[in-house]
Ligand binder design. Structure first.
Ligand code: HEM
Length: 337
């Protein structure tokens, strides 16, 4: 007769926890979540991002920002991708989101993934992967001097599910403002599980892309309502920006880093130090010891900064994710199933 396992209540409990852990871990956010169910997912997303990038290198910034705006509102659940309906104004239609772009890249990747592995890969994960691929493309040009399609700045955990809730008011209540100071930024980031260091690191996403004049024009024209300039903006730079933006301009955009809107590197920190970054929220990084030290110590440290950026992006990507059976896997990213 074979040996029987001793039937102790402790053993049963331990086994129950073990199986619970197994069930939980296979459903949880992890690198390679789709290895068995859709092994080509990373290749397909990358190929899609590269195709759009080759046509227009400025696509990297909107993809990175899209993931950030997704994660800060209702967690990283693809809710920023949902369209408004007759009865609901979605996140997409909140004022700070009207300048979002790059949705078509996610939709293109999703269409191919639905054809290959129907109902398997979430829109939230496609967005997280596309953001990583975008920033890697923008970085690689700098770090190696030549373009390699295989370069990944960091590994993306996948296994997110798509959420069903998307509301304009949630977006307005959760997205940080470019006019905020360090205290509000710290509180906002802390509410997403992110530290002051993460704030300094992730703000450097403003190394790529553009901003509409209206997001910072007040700093040059009417900072405190008395027709004055923000004293924390370098004067000659403010005057230069005035030539690009009128006080009430709603159309025009300005490069975050002049002459380098598609190159991701820590030179953004140099602009912050020189008081030439566009937003009050960028300048605010000089107002806490932690963020200030980070800015000064990483302005010439590409390798350290790239490493930290990956760590902070992974952390941001864990915010309030839906796992297991929660939410859904959308068929089309802009509409619920
Ligand atoms: C710290 C708080 C932040 C504030 C207040 C902020 C605010 C803004 C604003 C106002 C714009 C310009 C929008 C426009 O007028 O066109 C912008 C652009 C951008 N933001 Fe942020 N942002 C913050 C953090 C982040 C983070 C954490 C990321 C990504 C990890 C990010 C990525 C970007 C990118 C890439 C752009 C350029 C988008 C484009 O060119 O289309 N931002 N941000």
């Amino acid at each position: 007769m074979g040996k029987r396992l001793p039937s102790s209540p402790f053993l049963s409990l331990a086994l129950a926890f073990f199986f619970l852990f197994l069930a939980k871990s296979s459903d949880a956010l992890q690198v390679g979540f789709y290895n068995k169910t859709c092994p080509d997912v990373e290749r397909i997303v990358r190929k899609t991002v590269i195709a759009f990038y080759k046509n227009d290198a400025t696509i990297t910034a909107p993809l990175l920002r899209l993931h950030f705006h997704d994660c800060f509102v209702e967690g990283c659940d693809g809710s920023v991708l949902l369209n408004s309906t007759a009865t609901n104004r979605a996140e997409k239609d909140a004022k700070p989101n009207l300048s979002l772009d790059g949705f078509y890249v996610i939709d293109t990747a999703k269409a191919e993934l639905e054809a290959k592995c129907p109902g398997v890969v979430s829109c939230a994960d496609i967005l997280a992967l596309a953001a990583r691929d975008a920033v890697s493309l923008a970085t690689n040009l700098v770090s190696s001097g030549r373009w390699s399609k295989d370069y990944n700045m960091y590994q993306v955990e996948t296994g997110r599910r798509d959420g069903n809730v998307s509301s304009e008011s949630n977006a307005l209540n959760n997205l940080p403002s470019s006019f905020w100071g360090i205290y509000k930024l710290k509180r906002n980031f802390a509410s997403k599980g992110l530290s002051l260091k993460d704030l300094a690191v992730l703000s450097a996403a403003h190394a790529i892309g553009n901003s509409h004049c209206k997001s910072f024009a007040k700093r040059m024209y009417n900072y405190t309502g008395k027709g004055d300039m923000d004293p924390l903006m370098e004067k000659s730079y403010a005057n230069k920006l005035k030539k690009q933006c009128t006080a009430t301009d709603t159309i025009r955009v300005v490069e975050m880093v002049p002459g380098s809107s598609t190159t991701f590197d820590p030179t953004y920190f140099k602009l912050v130090i020189d008081k030439k970054a566009l937003f009050h929220s960028d300048e605010a990084l000089l107002r806490s010891q932690v963020t200030r030290d980070y800015v000064f110590s990483h302005v010439n440290n590409n390798t350290g900064f790239f490493h930290d950026f990956g760590v902070s992006m992974v952390k941001m990507g864990r915010n309030q994710v839906l796992e297991g059976q929660m939410g859904e896997i959308r068929k089309i990213c802009a509409v619920r199933n």
